[in-house]
Design a protein around this ligand. Structure first.
Ligand code: NAD
Length: 463
């Protein structure tokens, strides 16, 4: 039989196409090809986990923290390589933050009422198996943060990660399973699917095995979740404004804003996404931002950048996904500028799309306003009622209070970079699931529990 070279090439190609490469299907623990199998496995594991003590939960969590710290760099590199978004050095910091500052079982605080009629105990019980949908912007960070909180609450978890970041998310699922096994826990207590889709997401949401749903992402997923008919926690989109008034320490404000707005190329939902500066200090602030490492563009350069970063249709702008989370230097290169600045700044009007659209790119528009009242009005409008995050640099207590009252956000940071709001350089614990729409705020173990009351009449009341 004679086979020519072209036929051989075709055969080789067809064989290769049918071979599952390790890249397609890495042997990650807890990661299943089908959602049905993932659900069955996690349900079995949850039943075993019910008998685990709080101390055993803590041993598992402690191992997760340890592995997260030792593999932070690997996950940071994988996240940037897979999604093409963000900065490795910043993603390492995000993993360290998750490992060190996500609360464990200490977050579960039972309460008690005693009186003439006896003693009543209120304890925080697990929901059961929780279904969690995670974003592309913090893929492994969210998986680890959710897992620590959910396992601390006594639950098991099934993830449906963002399809564009599922290798990174599933690496984290594998890490968690390795940690659980090392700590003597059951296999498949945290599971995921190798190829998440809308179908796997729907199956997860509808499954009677899943008792609670948690979604971290944009408005679409939060809306879907809230119409599921199940208890749901929705952590949605933001567009955080930052105000700088005439009483602020301008140099510090500039440094803080450049640090916050450029962190992981502005991917975090809490990051400063537009700035309102009172006219009397605006020029000073812009010059100080340049000193702090920002690159100022003007005029036609701004118009050109709009065409790169955004897509316009019928006068409405949306993000050009290709450019989300890219380095500032890449945008500048398109403008013919060679610079390794971390952030691009430009002066615009308040209605400019750089102000109004949640871009998640290291581009910060600065809007001049006449006074604090105009700053607050325009900042509240730019936040679009998300009530997610807002920031201010000021030493005037009335200005700080008035903005906080007007904007009503879950996170409000004063005189610091935005990331102080999730425990990086600020007091308080860390989370990557900030539930504004459903009101849990910064989620932690307690958010993933249900209260149960146990009443003893006429007994165990000792005074
Ligand atoms: P995204 O909304 O595109 O995706 C988030 C997740 O939801 C993914 O897993 C995606 O597959 C899924 N999804 C999207 N639409 C869905 C639908 N209709 N039904 C079911 N699943 C759906 O978000 P992204 O681009 O990955 O992340 C960025 C967005 O997430 C930003 O808007 C950001 O503000 C927000 N975010 C919020 C928080 C928070 O804590 N509030 C944290 C991180 C990101």
């Amino acid at each position: 039989m004679n086979i020519d070279e072209r036929q051989i090439a075709e055969i080789v190609k067809s064989v290769l196409n049918n071979v599952k490469t390790t890249e397609d299907a890495p042997s990650y623990k807890g990661v299943f090809d089908s959602m049905t199998d993932a659900l069955e496995a996690v349900n079995k594991a949850y039943k075993l986990y019910r008998s685990y003590s709080i101390e055993q939960r803590e041993q598992i969590i402690s191992k997760i923290r340890q592995l997260t710290l030792s593999e932070a760099e690997e996950m940071a590199k994988l996240g940037v390589a897979e999604t093409g978004m963000g900065r490795v050095t910043d993603k390492i910091i995000k993993h360290q933050l998750v490992a060190n500052k996500t609360p464990g079982t200490e977050d579960l605080k039972p309460s008690v009422v005693t009186g003439d009629d006896g003693l009543t105990l209120i304890e925080m019980a697990p929901y059961g198996v929780i279904g969690s949908i995670t974003p592309s912007t913090n893929p492994s960070e969210t998986v680890i943060c959710n897992s620590i909180g959910m396992l601390a609450g006594g639950n098991a978890v099934v993830f449906n990660p963002h399809p564009n970041a599922c290798k990174t998310a599933n690496y984290a699922v594998d890490l968690i399973n390795r940690a659980i096994l090392e700590a003597g826990g059951p296999e498949n207590l945290v599971v995921s699917v190798s190829k998440p889709t809308m179908d796997t997401s729907n199956e997860m949401m509808k499954s009677p095995i899943v008792r609670m749903l948690v979604a971290t992402g944009g408005p679409g997923v939060v809306k879907t979740l809230l119409s599921s008919g199940k208890k749901a926690i929705g952590a949605g989109a933001g567009n955080p404004p930052v105000i700088v008034d005439e009483t602020a320490d301008i140099k510090k404000a500039a440094r803080d804003i450049v640090a916050g707005a450029s962190f992981d190329n502005n991917l975090p939902c809490i990051a400063e996404k537009e700035c309102f500066a009172v006219d009397s200090i605006a020029s000073d602030l812009i010059a100080s931002m340049q000193e702090a490492g920002a690159y100022l563009i003007k005029g036609e350069q701004i118009d050109k950048l709009v065409k790169i970063a955004l897509i316009e249709k019928d006068g409405k702008y949306s993000i050009n996904k290709k450019w989300v989370g890219k380095d500032a230097g890449k945008f500048l290169k398109e403008l013919g500028i060679n610079s390794d600045a971390r952030l691009i700044i430009c002066e615009t009007e308040a209605l400019h799309p750089f102000v109004q659209v949640e871009m998640m790119m290291p581009i910060l528009a600065v809007v001049r306003v006449s006074d604090i009242d105009e700053a607050i009005d325009k900042a509240v409008a730019a936040e679009h009622g998300n009530r997610h995050s807002a920031h201010i640099h000021s030493k005037n207590i009335d200005n700080l209070t008035n903005f906080a009252r007007a904007v009503e956000t879950t996170i409000f940071v004063k005189n610091a970079p935005s990331y102080a709001g999730i425990g990086a350089g600020g007091e308080g614990y860390t989370t990557f699931t900030i539930a504004g729409p459903t009101g849990e705020g910064l989620t932690a173990a307690h958010s993933f529990t249900r209260q149960r009351r146990c009443v003893m009449v006429d007994g165990l009341h000792i005074v």
